[in-house]
Design a protein around this ligand. Sequence first.
Ligand SMILES: *Cc1c(COP(=O)(O)O)cnc(C)c1O
Length: 422
Amino acid sequence: MADGSVVRAFDAYAARAQFPILSRTVNGRPLVYLDSAASAQKPQAVIDAISGAMSGSYANVHRGLHTLANETTEAFEGARATVARFLNAEAETNIVFTKGGTEAINLVAAGVGQSIQPGDEIIVSQMEHHSNIVPWHMLRERYGAVLKWAPVLDDGSLDMAGFEALLTPRTKIVAVTHMSNVLGTINPITEITRLAHKAGARVLIDGCQGAVHAAPDVQAIGCDWYVLTGHKLYGPTGIGALYGTAEALESLPPWQGGGEMIETVEEDRVTYAKAPHRFEAGTPPILEAIGLGAALDWLMGFDKAQVIAHEQALYAHARARLDGVDGLRVLGEADGKGAILTFTVDGAHAHDIAQIMDRYGVAVRAGLHCAEPLARRMGVTSSARASFALYNTKEDADAFVDALIKRASSLSDDHGRQADHR
Ligand SMILES: *Cc1c(COP(=O)(O)O)cnc(C)c1O
């Protein structure tokens, strides 16, 4: 996929050195950043691309005939072509820029909603992020769609037989995540797509994690829509992308109205531009798109398989060492899972764990991770999550485990007599 660019052997220390923020300290300790599943840090290449655009060539896109407008349009549309290359999309016209993963899913749901009939069925999985649940709930509330939930097995994998049993001739949409932001599970999305299409449903894949930690190829998957978000891909916030097949994009009515998304506007009639511009009303997030393009160019400079192997090795190392921690439960142990380590410790609040780890400079997240139905399914009220990215090292994994082992026992002592927080 990285055609044209030089693929160099992956060196985590060299990659890490390109992230200025990772050399800072937190509470007097070197920062150990293990919250990349919430948002990833940015390499110098991305910082330079954004500030370079602001200081070197900036204007609004598409509308101008002057040099800066043309240069900025070229950079902006170039970023679209980069996203297309990253996903192996048919063409750059299959890529719509949005302000993030959430907006991309809402765009599809709003469009689909216009033709939803009461009783039409939408299948999501129990491991979805709220971003891939709530927009579909809204179709249930507003138009009488029926939400059906593909079950998750105890090991955190999707129950494929359970999923298949939900498909009916009334299934309109199957919306599932490529990779769970809590369990790390990587779903068999090609098979899910095949089954859904056989039943006549369209398929949306939430790739907000999968685009980062797996190797998405939308043509191989065969899905109708695939969603990614910039800030988890080492790019800026405020930018995401929706991939759609030409036919799937064409099936969606225009979304927001405004400049750039029209063909002609008259007093009594309006005609719309073709995709992708039809879905990009108003001035787009120009600098953010350029930043995303830079992030993906940078990322495609690495061998993705080596990056994934590196992240999974960190996970395996931390996971093996955690076997020694009393009362520890890891959520999600599916085969081939990505490098997300979500856990509970008997008698210890996840929030306390996160706060205490912060004293050691270790950044982990605690709570529901925007996936409340999944927490209920796994029988927990909250959990702590360490998520690994390409810039993490074995030292990071060890610092995390050391801090946890040191504090876990004292936390259980403090809270041991309290209710079981699972
Ligand atoms: C982060 C995330 C989202 C939401 O993306 P935003 O960029 O916050 O809009 C959706 N799904 C998954 C799996 C995520 O991890």
